[in-house]
Design a protein around this ligand. Structure first.
Ligand code: TRP
Length: 417
C-alpha cells in the first residue's frame, strides 16, 4: 500500500510516509535515546515528543550537549503568511512556546511575506504584509514572552536580514537551488533568491551577539530543504550549523493529507466562527462503518479517522484517556456522532479562548514586533491609494491598523537586544 506522496516547502500532497521522509531527507529519528536524555535534562517528555508528532531532527544531541555545557541556544521558527492561521500551524508554535519556557530561550519568528508574495499569483504585497500581522496575533495569543520574542516580517526587517542573506546567496549556486527545490527556467528569480532570506535568521543571533550562538529551529518537515542549504553554507560563513526538530502535519478533516488552506471546508482557522468550526467537525471523515449495527459489531477504525487524529495531535493530552477512546471505538462502544460532538465541544472552547487572547494581542503587537522602519518612514508611504486600502480591508475584514489613507504600519520600532 505504497501511495505516492510529495513534500516540498510549497506543496504537500498524498499520505506522507514519515519514516521514508527521514531516509530521503537524511534526518535522524527522535529515538528512545533522545527521549531519555530529554527527560533527564528537563524532567519530563512533552506530549509532542511522546506521540512522535515531533519525530525527526538534525543535530539535536549537539545542541543539548552545548546546553548542558552552559551554552544557551536561541529558537527560530516562522510562518509563510498567505492567509489566516489554521490550527495545524499552531502545533509547532505551541511546541516552540514549550521550548521557550523549558530552556529559557529567546525566539526569532520570521513572517515570510516576501516568499508568499513571490509564490502566490493572487496575493498582493500588501495582503501578504497584512497577513503577517494577522498571523502574528495568533503567535502572541499562544503566550510567548514579550521580553524574549522577536517577530518580524521580511518586508519590514529586510535591511537587517538582507545583509546576511546576500552572504548566504553568494554561496548557493543556481544548480544547487534547482536540485534542492526543483526550480526550472520558469521559476521567478525572486523565489530562487528567497531561500537565503529564510537562512538569514539562523545567523542573526550570532551576528547580533558578535559570537557564535547555537540555534534550534522547530519546524514542520516540509521546510527541511531550506535548512539543508542553511547548514551547508553555515561553516563557510563561520557560523554553527543550526539544529532542527521536525514535526508532522496535522491531517485535514477529510482524512489523509495535511490541513490545507486551499480546502477551507476541511480546515479549521483560528478566526473561524465557533459555529462554523463545529459544522466542519461534524462533517469530518471518520473510520466509521456503513451502519450503526455494523459499527457496533465490528467497531470503528481509528487509524484512518480524522477525528481520532485531532484528539491525538491536539485535543486529548491525557494518554490514558486517548487509549480508552481508541479502545471504545474499536470495540464498537462509541459511535462516530458522539465522538465528533465531544471533539466539536473541545475545539469550540479552544477557539473561544484563543480568539479572546488573539483580540487582546492587537494591543500588544508592538511589544513583539521588530522592524527596520520607523514611523517617519511610514508617513512617507502615505497617503495610499484609497481603492487599494478599501480592497485590502475587504480581504482582511477586520485588519486592525488599516484605516482609510493609512499604510500597513508597524507601531513601534524596537532594537534587538
Ligand atoms: N517558509 C515557511 C512557510 O512557508 C515560513 C518560515 C520562515 C519558517 N522561516 C521559518 C518555518 C523557520 C519554520 C521555521 O511556512
Amino acid at each position: 500500500m505504497n501511495e505516492e506522496f510529495k513534500v516540498t516547502p510549497w506543496d504537500v500532497t498524498g499520505k506522507v510516509d514519515y519514516a521514508k521522509l527521514i531516509e530521503e531527507f537524511g534526518t535522524e529519528p527522535i529515538d528512545e535515546g533522545i527521549l531519555n536524555r530529554w527527560k533527564r535534562i528537563t524532567g519530563s517528555i512533552p506530549m509532542a515528543l511522546q506521540r512522535k508528532i515531533f519525530f525527526s531532527h538534525r543535530d539535536l544531541n549537539w545542541i543539548l550537549d552545548r546546553y548542558e555545557q552552559g551554552e544557551k541556544f536561541v529558537l527560530y521558527t516562522g510562518r509563510g503568511p498567505s492567509g489566516h492561521t489554521h490550527i495545524g500551524h499552531l502545533m509547532p508554535w505551541m511546541f516552540t512556546k514549550y521550548l521557550q519556557d523549558t530552556f529559557d530561550a529567546p525566539l526569532y519568528f520570521q513572517m515570510t511575506d516576501d516568499e508568499k508574495f513571490l509564490y502566490k499569483d493572487s496575493l498582493s504585497l500588501k495582503e501578504a504584509m497584512a497577513f503577517s500581522y494577522e498571523n502574528a496575533l495568533d503567535v502572541i495569543a499562544l503566550g510567548f514572552d514579550p521580553k524574549k520574542t522577536y517577530i518580524f516580517s521580511d518586508l519590514e526587517y529586510n535591511k537587517t536580514l538582507y545583509r546576511i542573506a546576500v552572504q548566504v546567496a553568494k554561496r548557493i549556486t543556481f544548480s544547487t537551488a534547482k536540485a534542492v527545490f526543483g526550480f526550472d527556467s520558469s521559476t521567478n528569480i525572486g523565489l530562487i533568491f528567497f531561500t537565503s532570506m529564510q537562512s538569514a535568521p539562523a545567523f542573526l543571533p550570532s551576528v547580533q551577539a558578535g559570537k557564535n550562538i547555537p540555534v534550534l529551529i522547530p519546524h514542520a518537515i516540509d521546510q527541511d530543504p531550506h535548512f539543508r542549504v542553511t547548514r551547508d553554507v553555515a561553516p563557510k560563513l563561520g557560523y554553527y550549523k543550526p539544529a532542527a526538530i521536525h514535526c508532522t502535519f496535522l491531517p485535514s478533516l477529510a482524512g489523509s493529507d495535511k490541513m490545507s488552506a486551499s480546502r477551507p471546508e476541511t480546515t479549521i482557522y483560528t478566526t473561524d466562527d465557533v459555529k462554523v468550526a463545529r459544522k466542519k467537525i461534524l462533517g469530518a471523515f471518520t473510520g466509521g462503518r456503513v451502519s450503526v449495527e455494523e459499527q457496533k459489531k465490528l467497531g470503528g477504525v481509528p487509524g484512518v479517522c480524522a477525528v481520532f487524529q485531532y484528539y491525538y495531535y491536539l485535543f486529548e493530552e491525557d494518554g490514558a484517556k486517548l487509549k480508552e477512546r481508541e479502545r471504545k471505538c474499536m470495540s464498537g462502544e462509541i459511535m462516530c456522532g458522539e465522538c465528533k460532538q465531544d471533539l466539536a465541544d473541545r475545539v469550540a472552547s479552544f477557539l473561544e479562548r484563543h480568539q479572546e487572547k488573539r483580540e487582546k494581542a492587537r494591543d500588544r503587537i508592538k511589544d513583539f514586533v521588530v522592524s527596520d522602519y520607523s514611523a517617519a518612514y511610514d508617513r512617507l508611504k502615505r497617503p495610499q491609494d484609497r481603492k487599494e486600502v478599501a480592497k485590502l480591508k475587504r480581504t482582511m475584514k477586520e485588519y486592525y491598523s488599516v484605516k482609510e489613507g493609512d499604510s500597513i504600519r508597524i507601531n513601534r520600532t524596537r532594537d534587538l537586544e
